[in-house]
Design a protein around this ligand. Sequence first.
Ligand code: BG6
Length: 369
Amino acid sequence: DKGGWSSFMAKEITEQPEAVANTTRGRIEGSHVVIPELVELGDDVLRNIDRIVIIACGTASYAGQVGAYAIEQWARIPVEVQLSHEFRYRDPVLSDRTMVISVSQSGETMDTLMAVKYAIERGVKTISVCNTQSATIPRESDAAVYTHAGPEVAVASTKAFIAQITALYLIGLHFGRVRGTLSEADSAAAVEQFEALPEKVREAVGTHEQIAQLAHWMADTRSVLFLGRHVGFPIALEGALKLKEIAYIHAEGFAAGELKHGPIALIDHGQPVFVLVPSPRTSPLMHSKIVSNIQEIRARGARVIAVVEKGDTSVLPYADDVIRLPLADSFFEPLLQVVPLQWFALELSTVKGLDVDQPRNLAKSVTVE
Ligand code: BG6
């Protein structure tokens, strides 16, 4: 049942406020994050860890990349993200102090399952972030942190992605509390952000009309670039992946700082570039660097679509389109920024007359290696 929407993907994009609320529910106590499934694992295990490897594929790996920044910040543990299908072929350095966190919507992706099994065989503790109750990966893992986003039908992941980031943040906050690396103030601030998040995501979903217009004008676009920094970088990658998956358009995401090291050569007259602009309030340095990036690409003829927080007028002179999102702390910006990018892919797919939910050559869950 598409609930009156033209596609499951559209319906699932609109379900994101509930998805983040459901992932958070039952995991906050006062101003702290307490995940019952991790309590069961035992605090000693979490204190003993000296390194985390996140393994995932596709969209889930980008959720992993966003989560990695936050877990490092809050738990002060080095975190790396590896694609599941690359993980075991590099003969990874693992020890009994390594923790593997897998991220998978379906919990059945064979590449990820094989990577988890490889880790288990080497005595590594494993946590599964999964959206599907009792799937194989969470059953194999030492602990399962379910995302509770509800069933996701469209092949291109939307609400599961937002829920995965949410779950990884909760894990980072739980680890940080147990390990004593998270201050009371930072914990309380994050909890406050979580409480306000569903309403802000709802506002981000409200960008639909504006994005539909934009996609309508851009129906003939053959290539789109996305730029972001810090947690905005994986969102740039995700925005590009969405376009490839359902609109069959060549798209690439870049770390904005890489621009001058190569990708700027791609910028030509009319090249559309989405730029994820961090808040000037919370990230003034990153903000000013991104504004310079915008000036650089604009001077070379790019068509700039800036995703900014409401009230940030600094990009107005250089942007062709401005998408405005509610104010949020830096780590919570990606959960808002991704929403208009999801709408953009959906609307471009729609104007091209494609099947939004069932793109060619793709399956929702890939159960072969
Ligand atoms: C791909 C899907 O094949 O698998 C992506 O097309 C998805 O949308 C990826 O992100 C990983 O799937 P899962 O179920 O492990 O999160």
